[in-house]
Design a protein around this ligand. Structure first.
Ligand code: FE
Ligand code: FE
Ligand code: FE
Ligand code: ZN
Length: 164
């Protein structure tokens, strides 16, 4: 379908992030299982719970547009998750893998932040206050997840990986 307006763009990227969130939902438990650090495992599983809520919020955003919630393949998230899986294959349990998992996780969060940022700007322009609110709640969770991963790396895991 051709994309000829901001509304078309909004729907296009809503489908993209809806697909992405559902892939992330499946990837996070695999990442948590591969991690050694208890804090990292918990952080990843906590974000999985949040992601469940994010999927539901997106369904409400589709609703607010009078559209059915459908995903459309996001090649970017497929690639980011694939990189994460490759990292797991190429490392053993331990701080080096954990440091790599954090780097992969942050790439996912940054992708999401980029998508939600654009969607919020377009929803604001459209005067869709419900969508702005819903998308912003999720954006804040993505930012928090990114910050938590960053702090874990800088506080402990990178140093442990350096000593490995
Ligand atoms: Fe998310
Ligand atoms: Fe995408
Ligand atoms: Fe890459
Ligand atoms: Zn996320």
């Amino acid at each position: 379908m051709p994309i000829q307006s901001i509304n078309d763009l909004t729907l296009h990227f809503l489908k993209d992030i809806y697909y992405a969130e559902r892939q992330i939902l499946k990837a996070l438990p695999k990442m948590a299982k591969a991690a050694q650090s208890e804090e990292l495992k918990q952080g990843l599983m906590h974000h999985r719970e949040e992601t469940q809520g994010q999927v539901e919020r997106l369904e409400r955003v589709f609703d607010s547009l009078g559209k059915r919630a459908v995903g459309s393949t996001c090649e970017a998230i497929k690639g980011l998750i694939e990189e994460c899986e490759e990292l797991i294959e190429q490392t053993e349990v331990g701080p080096v893998r954990d440091a790599g998992l954090i780097a992969c996780g942050q790439a996912v969060e940054h992708y999401e932040m980029a998508r939600y940022g654009a969607l919020i700007a377009w929803a604001e322009m459209a005067g869709n206050k419900d969508a702005v609110q819903l998308l912003n709640e999720t954006l804040q969770q993505e930012k928090q997840a990114d910050t938590l991963l960053n702090e874990l790396a800088l506080k402990t895991i990178n140093q442990k990986a350096k000593a490995a």
